[in-house]
Design a protein. Structure first.
Length: 100
């Protein structure tokens, strides 16, 4: 399923990205290639493949998935916003993106 330049422009608009004509063409080709690989994967017969509950690295190292959860102190609100470009009363102040 090829992705057209119009599709890329619509996606860019939804993501609020400004793309050049060259970037639009490049992304259309890249996304089409990715979808082509997915289509190829969809051709594989996975009927007898057992579902996995965890992913593993190529070496089979799953130690990261078996570590104990350890509670640690949090950063704290004051420290979290200390270097924020715009903070108000201990909160991050960001531009409105939804509504008026």
């Amino acid at each position: 399923m090829p992705i057209s330049k119009v599709d890329v422009e619509k996606i860019a608009e939804l993501a609020r990205l400004e793309l050049t004509g060259e970037e639009t063409e490049s992304f259309a080709a890249q996304l089409s290639s990715i979808l082509g690989h997915i289509d190829k994967l969809n051709e594989l017969d996975t009927e007898d493949v057992e579902a996995m509950s965890h992913c593993a690295t190529a070496g089979g190292d799953t130690e990261y998935a078996r570590r104990d959860d350890v509670t640690q102190p949090s950063l704290g609100q004051r420290l979290a916003v200390e270097n924020a470009p715009d903070a108000d009363a201990g909160y991050f102040k960001v531009p409105r993106v939804i509504g008026g």
